[in-house]
Design a protein around this ligand. Structure first.
Ligand code: ADP
Ligand code: ZN
Ligand code: ZN
Length: 737
């Protein structure tokens, strides 16, 4: 009788393309997908088992140190997806697998135990009396008096901040904590579903279509193309309801910072008897691990998450929905350059579950997929009820006096709307006071010493800050070069417009929303709550404002400065600009009052802009597709970008050139469909003290691109790399800077 070899193949968190073989004398062997601690050289690392009981080609294997999990963290389909992603993105498997885990688990910490909190007092009135001055405690007490709650549920309900008030309740003897075991699970009282909206006819039709399409024999991804304010969220909620009714879980993926407390609350209200958890960068490590784990065990019914939630483990995933699928934040821009939407589509097809891809401005590749009938296509072309799409007005800035970049006519519109008790939003995708600080006397500029870039002036902080590397410097009122007593600025950022608005509208709150004003936890939520109150406010902000918000009382949207973007050299920039204009405009007139969009530009005749305003996004997208096809650009061709940088000038360039020379023979031997552009300096050659170079690889067929990339990777592994070289390979790049 032959016994199974006592072997494990383990992936470790290093930039390596292969796994390592170890010996394991435990019987039975730990399962695939479990973590183990293994030795590597003098180190001890956490690894993940990907194979077991095989015959290793090596005779002498080092034994593992310990087994960390009794049940797998990755099931077979998820491991397969990650292995597929490693191959597709040509990225080391070690980094891919570990990217899929929350930090605590990457570090080797055990899975959390699941605790629940119960009320532990008989006399709720006395307890209420004794906590009435502590708002959070009182809120928790009320919750517990209706229902015991698991820690995962608490984390999702309170978006994180429940631990210390709960400890206070425990200290007073009003609450107690108990381990949840299979025998001792929490039963909930039945809460009624709040805020049930009656669907419009168009939404009803969409649901009918979906229920036909989401059955096995017609299963394809569904593109839900719904104009802004058409009520896509209601469709998501009802689609998820169908899945939950089958006892399965659902994943809703949203853009980074697109998770507003309001959207999350909408889901909690719609599913009062289910556990809805969030997965995003605003959570701390413990919360992340907890929420990840509740999806993994199946306790969470709905996960609302950003990019990386595509890798979340699920017990019984039944549907994926991607909202605002065109959004750039679904693409990871460093390290493992994956696209979460594309991986979600892959994951759904592998699990044979439905996926809905929603947007008012679908990405070109998604539209093409719909056109080629690879995706079902559903259109919501109206806003529910009597609501209309907003009207748009162009203002030619060439014949206007501008103050901080804002035209007189726009200021007059703002004033009108405020008088009528409405809310206003101004959009400017540049934070800070001004993008350039200079001395008119001697020509000095505030230039970043680490980058080829101007530093942005932040007036309130008396600083110039580099928006590329975050280098900061305090500035005084005189020129550091010639001591001239006055410095000038050029251009405008949100801070400057905020000042202008405060001066013009002293009686109306001006709310600035950008990364500078929302970096502390809870700040964004506070600002949004003020807007939600419906009182007249003037919002000024960057693209953070464009994502997903629904402010019914907002009637006017002003778009301040898009001229630069109209002439960007990057072919994707036009697509992104069109999407952005439509998305920002879509914030106006979502409630009962009609909306108006005012777009300031010095290029009112720009063809793309005109087509967008007169014929809409679909027409513009169609035009882009025609151009892309003519140029063999994606989605008609396939691209990858290899980037290399070092602290030395041109070293990265030399490295890429050597690589290109190495591959020349391959290229000559019949792979003439591969086109290389470069190597050349990146648009910003020096950034954060590193000199950056890139080479673009294009092909008409995906298979030839990937075949070439395999050769590229093996060439990279063979060539001698300069010291301190960092390189990345970006498959399907979306950013060429
Ligand atoms: P989208 O995501 O498509 O931009 P939302 O789902 O945020 O739009 O819906 C826009 C607004 O319309 C929200 O305030 C929502 O509550 C409301 N709404 C959606 N569907 C209906 C409906 N059938 N009847 C009334 N209001 C609706
Ligand atoms: Zn000077
Ligand atoms: Zn810099």
């Amino acid at each position: 009788m032959t016994s199974t070899p006592a072997t494990l193949r383990v992936v470790i968190p290093r930039p390596l393309y292969q796994a390592y073989d170890y010996e394991c004398l435990d019987q039975p062997l730990p399962e695939i997908g479990c973590r183990v601690r293994v030795p590597l050289g003098p180190h001890s690392l956490v690894g993940i088992i990907v194979e077991r009981g095989f015959t290793s080609e090596f005779d002498k294997l080092r034994p593992i140190e310990s087994v960390l999990d009794s049940t797998p963290l990755f099931d077979k389909p998820l491991l397969e997806l990650l292995q597929w992603a490693s191959v597709y993105y040509h990225h080391p498997i070690g980094e891919v697998l570990f990217a899929a885990l929350p930090k605590r688990l990457r570090k080797g910490l055990p899975l959390l135990q699941n605790f629940a909190w119960h009320l532990s007092c008989d006399d709720i009135e006395t307890a209420t009396e004794q906590t009435k001055r502590a708002k959070r405690q009182l809120e928790l007490l009320n919750q517990l008096s209706q229902n015991s709650l698991t820690e995962a549920q608490l984390t999702s309900l309170h978006l994180g901040k429940w631990r210390s008030p709960m400890k206070a309740l425990e200290a007073k003897g009003f609450a107690k904590r108990e381990l949840v075991t299979p025998e001792k699970h929490i039963t909930s009282v039945d809460h009624p579903n709040q805020n049930l909206i009656t669907l419009s006819d168009e939404q009803e039709n969409c649901m009918t279509q979906l229920s036909e399409w989401l059955v096995a024999d017609t299963l394809k991804p569904v593109l839900l193309h719904g104009i802004t304010g058409s009520g896509k969220t209601e469709i998501y909620l009802r689609a998820i309801k169908m899945v939950l009714a089958q006892g399965k879980q659902a994943l809703l993926m949203i853009p980074e910072i697109g998770l507003t407390p309001q959207l999350f609350q909408r889901f909690c209200d719609f599913f009062p008897n289910q556990t809805v958890v969030a997965l995003h960068s605003g959570l701390n490590d413990l919360e992340r691990a907890q929420n990840w784990q509740s999806a993994h065990t199946g306790e969470a019914d709905v996960v609302v998450g950003t990019r990386s939630s595509v890798f979340c483990g699920f017990n019984k995933l039944g549907m994926i929905i991607i909202d605002e699928e065109h959004d750039g934040s679904f693409k990871q821009q460093e390290g493992f350059h994956y696209h979460a939407r594309d991986l979600a589509v892959k994951r759904a097809s592998q699990l044979k579950i439905p996926i809905i891809i929603g947007s008012a401005t679908p990405a070109l590749e998604t539209l093409l997929n719909a056109e080629r009938k690879r995706y079902h296509y559903s259109l919501l072309n109206q806003r529910p009820g009597t609501r209309q799409r907003p009207k748009t007005k162009l203002i030619d800035t060439r014949d206007q006096t501008l103050e901080a970049g804002v035209s007189r006519s726009l200021l007059a519109e703002v004033s009108n709307q405020i008088k009528d008790g409405n809310q206003v939003m101004l959009f400017l995708n540049r934070r800070g006071f001004a993008p350039v600080l200079l001395c008119a006397q001697c020509g000095w500029h505030a230039i970043c010493p680490a980058c080829d870039s101007e530093m942005t002036f932040h007036a309130a902080r008396h600083k110039v800050i580099c928006h590329h590397c975050d280098h900061q410097k305090t500035v005084g009122s005189y020129c550091p070069a010639c001591k001239h007593p006055q410095l000038s600025t050029q251009g405008h950022g949100t801070e400057r417009v905020e000042n202008l608005l405060c001066a013009h509208f002293p009686d109306t709150p001006v709310v600035r929303i950008d990364r500078d004003t929302t970096s502390r936890k809870g700040e964004l939520a506070k600002k949004l709550a003020l807007v939600r109150s419906g009182e007249p406010v003037i919002l000024i902000g960057t693209q953070m404002l464009t994502k997903g918000h629904d402010f019914p009382n907002l009637t006017l949207v002003g778009i301040l400065d898009i001229d630069q973007a109209l002439f960007s050299a990057d072919y994707r920039a036009q697509e992104q600009l069109a999407q952005q204009v439509v998305q920002v405009s879509g914030r106006a007139g979502r409630g009962d009052k009609p909306g108006l969009v005012v777009l300031q530009t010095s290029q009112p005749e720009h063809p793309m802009l005109n087509q967008l305003l007169t014929q809409g996004y679909r027409a513009v997208a169609q035009q882009f597709l025609v151009e892309r096809q003519a140029w063999h650009y994606p989605p008609f061709g396939y691209q990858a970008l290899i980037r290399a940088n070092t602290p030395q000038f041109e070293t990265g360039l030399v490295f890429l050139q050597a690589l290109k020379n190495d591959l020349k023979i391959t290229l000559e031997e019949g792979q003439d469909e591969i086109k290389l552009m470069g190597p050349m300096p990146s648009a910003m050659e020096k950034r954060a003290n590193r000199y950056r170079y890139q080479m673009l690889i294009s092909a008409d067929k995906r298979s030839s691109l990937h075949c070439f990339l395999d050769q590229l990777i093996s060439a990279i592994r063979q060539v001698k790399k300069p010291k301190e070289l960092r390189y990345t390979l970006d498959v399907d790049p979306t950013n060429f800077m």
